[in-house]
Design a protein around this ligand. Structure first.
Ligand code: FAD
Ligand code: SF4
Ligand code: SF4
Length: 391
């Protein structure tokens, strides 16, 4: 019996093309609208009490977390925002801390899933209360970089852009007066493009979620109109089976050529991530500690990196002055302010990039903590450094 009752006729490991039966969702969705329809179905059927997804704020560069309890509002969260660099894991943790026992469905990228698992290990969140609809993720571009890149490389005023997408290795924009695409490799070789943590990320298909949804592998007449769904758990199988049975979604078998293509693209993205790791870490290894000291000398001790890290939970108890490792009131703080955090998270940094993205002084913190994490893995569990390892 599946978690949500009923006998599932879909099983873990199944893959389907899926598309919504809801015309409003279809209009706004990135591909087939399967993600939004599944979230809506889960809310309508009271499988969950709330949904956490991402919506557009002021413009396409402003992605905001959205809490939805009315299924009719879910259509507003459809579509992908590639300049949305949010991590929903800590948002969910804070919400669920205050709403004990509530069941929540979420859209999650690979880094969200990894962060949620780390939070569960620390007993900060109960995964049994979560329904995770994963989205494949090729990476995100920070809003500041996106605006700069569109102005300087595309020669377009970023305020005239109403849609962006990443497709077939290109960053594509639609703006008043046309559309343009530039290869991501070319953008990144020129110092533009995805966030540095996303370039190094190897977790492209979030198989620790209940379902992993994406556009890779959808070819033929369904290209752009269906979502590729991989079933990753019994919970996911049950949800998909029920949604299809009740007519919220339509499905068909994927094209075998599409399946093969999806595998190849995923493999190519992992190889690209490994290339970026080599490039970033080799440069850093020449003088890791010296670089950390130099870069962190700009720190204004705003605590954003600590506050936003999904695996860092400093002691909440009041410490006596004599027990403090870092003297209060000093800016920049003693390097131990940073080294202590790196040591604290060295076995569990998920490379989500939030510390770096939200640092007031643009210190490349994620690169440091990721390098330390990978180095520690290689020392203690060398197999983790090999291809296929996803963190
Ligand atoms: P929809 O029904 O349109 O729902 C999309 C869901 O994604 C909504 O719940 C929305 O709130 C949420 N969302 C939007 N922006 C974000 C964000 N920044 N972070 C978290 N959630 C968000 N698929 C691939 O196959 N290959 C890729 O390389 C790839 N890269 C992606 C990168 C990003 C940043 C995102 C958000 C998605 C990416 N996807 C990728 C997934 C793809 O774009 C679609 O989300 C997926 O195919 C589901 O389509 P849909 O029509 O069913 O989704
Ligand atoms: Fe996507 Fe990975 Fe970047 Fe997270 S770290 S946004 S999963 S590419
Ligand atoms: Fe210092 Fe940046 Fe962390 Fe703020 S976010 S405390 S400036 S390193």
């Amino acid at each position: 019996m599946g978690l949500f009752g009923g006998k599932p006729d879909v099983k873990k490991g199944d893959m389907v093309y899926a598309w919504t039966s809801d015309a409003d969702i279809a209009k706004k969705a990135e591909c087939g609208g399967a993600v939004t329809s599944l979230l809506k179905y889960a809310l309508e059927q009271k499988i969950v009490d709330a949904v956490i997804a991402v919506g557009k704020g002021q413009d396409i560069y402003d992605a905001v977390p959205v809490l939805v309890t009315d299924p009719k509002q879910l259509k507003d969260t459809a579509g992908s925002l590639h300049c949305g660099t949010l991590l929903l894991a800590k948002v969910a943790q804070k919400f669920m801390e205050r709403s004990k026992g509530m069941k929540v469905a979420m859209t999650v990228k690979g880094c969200d899933v990894m962060a949620l698992h780390e939070l569960a290990k620390r007993k900060k969140i109960d995964l049994n209360n979560l329904l995770l609809i994963g989205v494949n993720c090729g990476g995100t571009v920070s809003p500041v970089m996106a605006r700069k890149m569109i102005r300087e490389k595309f020669g377009v005023d970023p305020d005239t852009v109403h849609k962006e997408e990443i497709d077939k290795g290109q960053f594509i924009i639609e703006y008043e007066g046309g559309h343009k695409g530039i290869k991501i490799d070319d953008l990144e070789d020129g110092g533009y493009g995805r966030r540095s943590n996303c370039r190094r990320c190897l977790y492209k298909v979030p198989r620790q979620a209940d379902l992993a949804c994406g556009n890779w592998g959808v070819i033929g007449d369904k290209a752009g109109k269906a979502t590729f769904v991989e079933v990753c758990s019994e919970k996911g199988a049950d949800l998909l089976a029920r949604a299809v049975k009740d007519g919220a979604l339509k499905t068909e078998k994927p094209d075998p050529k599409g399946l093969e293509m999806r595998g190849k693209v995923e493999g190519a993205m992992i190889k690209l991530g490994e290339k970026w790791r080599k490039r970033d870490f080799e440069a850093l290894s020449k003088d890791l500690w010296g670089t950390i000291q130099k870069e962190t000398s700009r720190c204004i001790k705003c605590y954003s990196c600590i506050e936003n890290c999904p695996v860092c939970f400093p002691s909440s108890g009041a410490l006596k002055a004599k027990d403090l490792v870092v003297k209060p009131g000093e800016v920049p703080p003693n390097p131990m302010f940073h080294l202590r955090r790196f040591a604290h998270i060295s076995d569990s940094c998920v490379n989500c990039g939030q510390c770096e993205e939200l640092c007031a002084m643009d210190i490349p913190l994620a690169k440091f903590s990721h390098a330390i994490r990978v180095e520690a893995d290689m020392a203690f569990e060398p197999k983790l450094g090999k291809p296929g390892y996803t963190n």
